[in-house]
Each structure stands twice: as C-alpha cells, then as structure tokens.
Write a new protein. Structure first.
Lengths: 157, 157
C-alpha cells in the first residue's frame, strides 16, 4: 500500500544515506543540502510502502515567477522504478501546486540520463530549446556551470 | 560607489566563473545550481562597484515556516573583504524580508570557516546548540550529510 506524505526535516538523514546508491554511485549529496527538507516541506513528498521509503520528490514554488513551480530532485528506489511511484509523486506535486495557483512546472535533467528524459516526456513535459542537439535532444550547454549541460523541461498543468 | 541590485538569471554565468576562486579553491559550484538565480530573485542580490561585481547574496523565504527567511550563499571578492560589503548585503536582505513579514533569519556555515563564524556573530546571529563543541563553537554533526558538520545561525530582526 503506497502512501504519500510531506517530508520532515528528520527524513534528510535517511535520504542522504541512500542517495548516492540510488543514483548508481554518482555523487549527488552535494546537490541536496538539508535546507530543502526544512524550508520546502509543503511541496516536497515521500512515498512509503509498508513504512519503507520507496521514493521522494523535492520541489518548491518560484518566488520570482508567481504561478510557476520547480521540481529540484526526485529519487526512486532502484527496485521500484517500474511501479509508477515516480509518476504518482509528480501527480501529487502537480495537484498540490495547482491548488496554490500554479500553472507551469519546470525541472531539468542531465543529457546522459535518458531514463529521466523519457520519463518526463511521457508525463507531458516539453523540452525547451537549447543551443545544441545531443542524440536528437535539445540541450542547454553549461546550464549549471561549465561542463554541466542540462535538458530543460516545462509543462503546463 | 556601491550599488545593490536584485540578481538576474544571466548573472549566474559570471558568478559560477569566479566562485571556486573566491573560496580559495574549494569546489563550491555544485552547491549553487542555477535554480537559485531563476526562482529566488526577489531576495537575492549583487553588489557592484563601478559596474564590477564585488559580492553577492542568495536567499529565500521559507515556504514551511512563515516569517522565516534563509540565506543560502554569500560570496565577497577576496580584495573587498574588509570593506563592509558583506554586511551591507545582509542588511539589504534583512530590510527586504522584513517588509514581507519576516522576523527570523537562518543560515549555516562550515566549522572550519572561522571568518564566517566571526562575521555572523558580529552581525548579531546566535549559534544554535549542536551536539558537539569544536574550538569553543557549538557544531551540528553531519548536518548536511555524513562528514558535513555545520554551525547553525539564527537571528531575530
């Protein structure tokens, strides 16, 4: 039985303990400081199955652009990636921010992460035009600093 | 003549280009993704002197705790660290968030950064009680994940 709840500050410890493993060894912890688990709880969620965390999503409302929300980080347990739990977390996020007047969702991913690109496309995200093509995908060069190319997604809800 | 203005998305490129140098070679860019320069512009500022960036501050309003604001990242050009520009950016942030109903400011620093600890203490920040003492300073162990101890500051404005 899948349950979705808002994150709490103390969830940070369990998430940071598994995060590099869930990403196949890529060092991800620096990209997820605890501040997100303290200050963006209303739009950040954990999915649990029988009390065990199977996925999480960290997002927030844009403070520059009213009506926009941003998904910063999503992780799904490697054994649960075909179960639709990622999709359920996104849907939960969409509903939550829509109730707060949001109409546009943004997020990014790395060009190497084909699974993520396919996931977002299936969910109805469009890819914003970048400045180069990589394997048929439009990519924004150096988006997150030199060498950190990104695929930039946007979706109207 | 010092001028303070809100950050714009395009400032990200200039900041990310200097940030590791300003921190004496510590790799900091991963901790500052572009999202902060897109979605938290109302509470993020750049100080310029004769058109050259001398400092920046990235902060936001807590979305969990109304009345709280958080300062995520502050950088000052190494040649400008005695000029009070850091203090001026903090004061500008305090005034901005106070107008939006904030009464509490939070931020963190690394225990090794004695200059930062001294700076925040002089500005009136208190150090929250952690779980160990390091050179007379209360420190929160593994605050940002294993090995990432932090000094946790709070100030009422």
């Amino acid at each position: 039985m899948l349950q979705i709840r808002n994150v709490q500050e103390h969830d940070y410890t369990s998430i940071i303990a598994v995060i590099n493993d869930w990403w196949g060894g890529r060092p991800m912890a620096d990209m997820l400081p605890k501040l997100f688990f303290i200050h963006f709880q209303p739009t950040s969620f954990i999915a649990e199955e029988n009390g065990e965390m199977t996925a999480f999503l960290v997002g927030f409302l844009s403070q520059t652009f009213p009506g926009e929300a941003y998904i910063h980080f999503v992780g799904v347990h490697p054994d649960k990636r075909k179960d639709g739990v990622g999709r359920q977390l996104y849907q939960h996020f969409f509903e939550t921010v829509k109730q707060q007047g949001c109409h546009t969702i943004r997020c990014i991913t790395s060009p190497v992460n084909r699974t993520s690109i396919s996931f977002h496309t299936k969910l109805g995200f469009a890819i914003e035009q970048g400045d180069k093509m990589v394997d048929g995908i439009s990519v924004s060069s150096n988006y997150d600093g030199r060498g950190n190319d990104r695929v930039v997604f946007v979706k109207e809800i």
